[in-house]
Design a protein. Structure first.
Length: 241
């Protein structure tokens, strides 16, 4: 072996997470907060997301990560008066008119030096035509005016595993609906957009009962130089409050 031969480290391996549509319930309320529950009823969920740059395997730091999801009864803040037991058009952003200015179960955090964000929320419920999921958007910021950052690099949806969703959706705050929840494999978006790669790793917080809540985590590989087509810059002007 040539002693002068260069020894190189293996290339980092990180898969690009599949993008999914933002749906009609995106808002830009500029809420920088870790606890997004606003007292919403439901089983506690602690969420940890780690962002990795697929180009070099390095953590994506100082990125603004927004999440939003429905409450235990299937309603989204801003659209609280829409019947979650009836299907609506889930195509373009803004395709469903807003009904109110509520902001529960929405918020954003900046990734730390390890590319990590953490949220305190509740386990999502479900609404007609969808399985249980959480929306995520990643904005890459530059300069000092972080809240006006409009370079959206990645938009996705995180899915909850069936083994945890089944008991949760039978709990008091979630039950008594006129429709049945969809499994992930029954959700058209999940199957069409490779949602199996976006299922959260979920564990119970307490040893004795899942009713104490859950901890969910996932590593998301993104191209921070990409420009997502799922949320466009003009979309931020629609619902800014």
């Amino acid at each position: 072996m040539d002693e002068n031969a260069a020894i190189t480290a293996p290339e980092p391996v990180c898969l690009l997470a599949p993008e999914q549509i933002a749906g009609p319930y995106f808002r830009n309320p500029r809420l920088i907060r870790r606890n997004i529950s606003e007292g919403a009823s439901g089983i506690p969920l602690l969420l940890k997301l780690s962002l990795i740059d697929v180009k070099n395997g390095e953590p994506v730091t100082d990125a603004l990560v927004d999440i939003w999801h429905c409450n235990a009864r299937g309603a989204y803040s801003g659209w609280s008066k829409i019947d979650p037991d009836k299907e609506v058009d889930v195509g373009d952003i803004g395709s469903v008119p807003r009904t109110d200015d509520d902001t529960y179960l929405r918020g954003g955090q900046f990734t730390d030096r390890k590319g990590v964000v953490r949220f305190t929320t509740i386990y999502p419920g479900f609404y007609a035509g969808r399985s249980v999921h959480i929306h995520v958007a990643v904005r890459i910021v530059s300069g000092s005016n972080y809240l006006d950052a409009r370079h959206v690099a990645w938009v996705g949806q995180l899915y909850l595993p069936e083994v945890t969703s089944r008991p949760v959706l039978g709990a008091k705050d979630y039950s008594g609906r006129s429709i049945a929840p969809l499994r992930n494999d029954q959700d058209e978006l999940f199957t069409r957009m490779h949602g199996e790669d976006s299922i959260l790793n979920v564990h119970t917080i307490g040893r004795d009962s899942w009713e104490d809540g859950f901890f969910g985590q996932l590593t998301i590989g993104i191209d921070k130089h990409a420009m997502s087509a799922q949320i466009k810059p003009e979309d931020f002007d629609i619902y800014t409050v």
